[in-house]
Each structure stands twice: as C-alpha cells, then as structure tokens.
Write a protein that binds this ligand. Structure first.
Ligand SMILES: *Cc1c(COP(=O)(O)O)cnc(C)c1O
Length: 496
C-alpha cells in the first residue's frame, strides 16, 4: 500500500485515506507520498483518447491504492461531469500563437481554478471517513478572502457526512464574490460575514480550531472540525491531472509531438498549482522548465533566484488578490523533494521561517531549484497592459492572474532565448475581476454591483459564464454579520 509521510518526520506515516482526512500531519508537516509512480510508456497514447474524467481516474488511482477504480470513477463523474463544467473538455487548452497555449482552469461552477480540486476533495474526504471508520460528521471551516470560500461551498454542497461553514471579511471581498457566497444553495452549507479584514476572519477560524471546549461540545453532537485548505493532499492530487491532460490534448491536436518537452508558466500564490506541475514532471511528463509567476508580492521570485526566502517585506494589495501571499505553504513539499527527502533539514527551515520569517537553503538545493524552475514578477501597471494588449492583438480576454503569467513568460523568453513551446496556466475567468479588466481595456466608468458583468460583455462581445450571469436571479440566503468574538456561536448554531 502507498504510504504518506510527513515532510518533517519520515517515520510518521499513514494511508492516503488517513492523510486526506487529517489534512495536516500531527507534527505540523505536510503529508506527501513516500514514492511517485512513473507514467507507463504508453500512458499518453492511451490517455489521449480518453475524457478528462477517465484521465483523472487513471492518474489518481496510482496514488490512492486504498480507493477502488469504481469509487474514483464515481467521484470523477460527480466532480467533473453532469454539467458542472461549462466546457466539455473540463480543462480545455486554447491556442494563443504558434508556440504558446493557455490551459483554462476556470470553466467550473465558481469560475476559478480552485474548482478543479475542490470539486474532487469532498468526495475523497467523505469516503476517507468511511474507510477510517470515523462515525462523526465532518464540519469544514473556511476563512476566505474570496475565491476559496465559494469554491469550497460549491464542492461540499450536499456531500454526505459533511457540513461547511464559510466566514468572510465584511469589507474584504468584491460585490460579486459576496453575492456568490450569500446565494449558495445546499442543505449542509452556512455563510457568515465577520466585521473586520481577512486577518480577523482567519485568526477567528484558527481560534475555533484550537478551542478544546468547542471540540468537546461538537463531539457530543456527532461532529468534528476540519479544514479544506490547499495543503491537503486531496487538493494537490487532482491538480496533477490537468497537466497530464493538457499534454495529451497538445499531442492529440498535433501541436506537440509526443515526447517533446514543453515549458509551463503558472501564476503562483501558495505554490499548490505549480507543485502539482512539478509532480507531473516527476512522474515523467516531458516538462522542461516550471516558470513561477508572481505579482508585486514577489517572495518566490527572490527565493528561486537567490535561495533566500524572506517574508519580511512590504505586503501589497494587487489586482491579482489570490496571489497576495507572503507565506507559500506548499513550498514545504518542494523543499522536501529538493533536499532528497531530508526531513530534519525541512524542519529546520520551517522553524527559521516561524521564528525569523526567513531561511536560506544550501547550495545543492539552490542548484536544483535553478535547474527545474525559472521565476519572474509583474506589477499591476504591467498586468493591465498585458490584459489590454492580449485583447487588442489576439481577441483573447484574460484575467489579471493569467496576465501576470503571460508577462513573466515573455520576460523569460526574452532573457533566455528559450524557444520551447509553452503552456500558460489560466486560473480565473476575466468576469470574476471585471473591475480590473474593464479599466485595462480602456473603460473608466464602471457600473455598480452585478451590472458590471453585462458591461464587460457589451464591451467585448464575450458572454459572461452562466454561474456569474445567473447571480442576478438568485435569492440571498445568508446575510449574517457578526463580531469576530461571536464566531463560536455561529458554529454552534449551525451544528444544532
Ligand atoms: C488560488 C489562486 C492562485 C494561486 O494558486 P496557488 O496554488 O495558491 O499557487 C492563482 N490564481 C487564482 C485565480 C487563484 O484563485
């Protein structure tokens, strides 16, 4: 059976079902497969004619040997089939020019790439509970600054043995994001806004997780608390699938000859998406460079270039808010890889990060980082230029996160002369970020509320995705506003 081990202690191990149910290792490390399966020689040839759902089963089965193929087929159908994704290919590849393609990961129910994993995780989690003989119902608590909360609500809605409660900062999300959450349907969902900013909501949720009295009370009612954040293996694994799927599509369309290398460029925050790309490469997918794209919060650019990770720097609120992050949690799994599975070394770096906000990796890790990765960053002014230029030159409408990646790819190509065909990962629909996209197209007077969706449609002739366009007709189900001291009452109230 495949074992999962902690990045901070090799001796700590568990099954996939246990790793997914726990989320985090008891020592604070991240649960990671002890070995990586290699793609079979004919894998691409076989997968190329399969649906996205079948590709997902094939890839995930190799890591989840305590789940049956039949179980995984059921999950893939529920997560990616049944009209949940507006595109038949689920994660289609769009041709941008002769040697650049864009992998669109935002055709899911909430129009951001978080859907790719959060549509799958709830099924993995609820089945893991059965396998682990857990008799309680899990209640997922989420503090969100926007995208994750809605994607988690939509993923967990009406999934057996799960409840979900999302807290968002009253003044910290866009009008559209707020409406997306407050109109959420489902029998097992709850949403509440918290007076304050994202930090207040997040600190409040952390306090709930460490509240022993609350845990005791909930256990008496048949519940336990868990989180759905991006360090859970059940969120990383579904992301490996779309890299392999995209390569299959490139081969199938004749764009790339089978076996030929490609570069991938990923707009990065918590390092979960690009880490999945690295794992695909480790499994044998012909990826040459992983190009890590950041906005002005460029802590990863500096790390990849110098080997020094230093979070002691100014924090910027940018127009690509899902990448406004100074601690990239999933980087810990990458350090584990680069150090050759040296748990003590990883533990040391994480202790330094915790104590001083800084660490510097050794020469060997630096050399490997340089070989595998390239990195660059792009500020808001350039991001807007790229959105405008992409629309004007190619009639292709992109969101700010995706624009950051296009810019960094261009910088990389100019600096290195590397002509390898490249895949840019697109992480959100431009309609999720109308108030940044419209000004980038030269429109200065913006409409209020959901009217801004129609405005972007009228300016571009591009239709808004149905889940966003449909918000106008949805009834508001949640309008609670609470002080952060009262979050515990909200949990007790929901789990009566
Ligand atoms: C979450 C998110 C990212 C960052 O992904 P990571 O896996 O955290 O690196 C980028 N773009 C969008 C739109 C996101 O929602």
């Amino acid at each position: 059976m495949m074992k999962y081990i902690s990045t901070r202690d090799n001796k700590l191990n568990m099954s996939a079902a246990q790793a997914i149910a726990k989320g985090l290792a008891p020592d604070g490390g991240l649960m990671t497969p002890e070995r990586f399966p290699h793609l079979e020689a004919d894998a691409i040839t076989r997968l190329k004619d399969m649906s996205y759902q079948q590709r997902a089963v094939y890839v995930m089965k190799q890591f989840l040997d305590d789940f049956s193929t039949q179980e995984l087929e059921g999950f893939a159908a529920a997560a990616y089939g049944g009209g949940k994704f507006s595109h038949a290919d689920v994660a289609p590849v769009h041709s941008v020019d002769g040697d650049t393609w864009c992998l669109e990961l935002w055709h899911g129910p909430t129009c951001a790439f978080k859907d790719m994993a959060l549509q799958m995780l709830p099924h993995l989690l609820s089945t893991s509970l059965v396998k682990n003989r857990e008799d309680k119902t899990v209640c997922i608590l989420v503090a969100t600054s926007g995208d994750t909360g809605k994607a988690a609500l939509e993923g967990f809605r009406d999934v057996d043995r799960t409840r979900i409660l999302v807290f968002y900062p009253k003044d910290g999300v866009s009008a559209i994001q707020e409406l997306q959450m407050n109109t959420q349907e489902g029998r097992n969902v709850g949403v509440c806004s918290v007076v304050g900013n994202f930090d207040d909501a997040q600190t409040g949720v952390k306090r709930l997780f460490s509240d022993r009295e609350l845990a005791g009370q909930l256990a008496g009612r048949g519940y336990f608390l868990s989180s759905a954040n991006s360090i859970n293996w059940g969120r990383v694994l579904p992301q490996v699938v779309y890299y392999i799927s995209a390569y299959c599509d490139l081969v199938k369309s004749g764009a790339v000859k089978e076996g030929r290398e490609i570069n991938v460029c990923v707009p990065t925050g918590n390092f979960g998406n690009i880490l999945a790309g690295y794992y695909a490469k480790k499994m044998g997918l012909p990826i040459k460079k992983l190009i890590c794209a950041s906005n002005s919060n460029n802590v990863l650019t500096d790390f990849i270039r110098t080997g020094v990770y230093d979070r002691n720097r100014t924090f910027y609120n940018t127009m690509s808010p899902s990448m406004d992050i100074l601690i990239s949690s999933n980087l810990e799994r990458m350090l584990y890889e680069l150090s050759g599975g040296n748990d003590g070394e990883v533990r040391g770096y994480m202790e330094q990060l915790n104590a001083a906000g800084r660490y510097e990796v050794g020469g060997e890790i630096r050399a490997k980082l340089e070989e595998l990765f390239a990195a660059g960053c792009c500020d808001d002014a350039r991001t807007a230029q790229v959105i405008g230029k992409m629309w004007k030159d190619r009639g292709y409408l992109i969101d700010p996160h995706t624009a950051v990646a296009f810019d960094v790819l261009e910088q990389y190509r100019a600096q290195t002369g590397d002509k390898t065909p490249a895949l840019v990962v697109s992480t959100a629909s431009p309609f999720k970020f109308c108030s940044s996209v419209l000004p980038a197209l030269g429109v200065d007077e913006l409409r209020e509320g959901v009217g801004i969706l129609d405005q972007l449609s009228q300016v571009t002739g591009v239709e808004a995705p149905a889940p966003l366009a449909g918000l106008k007709e949805k009834a508001v189900r949640f309008d609670g506003v609470i002080e952060k001291e009262h979050m515990v009452d909200c949990v007790l109230d929901m789990l009566k």
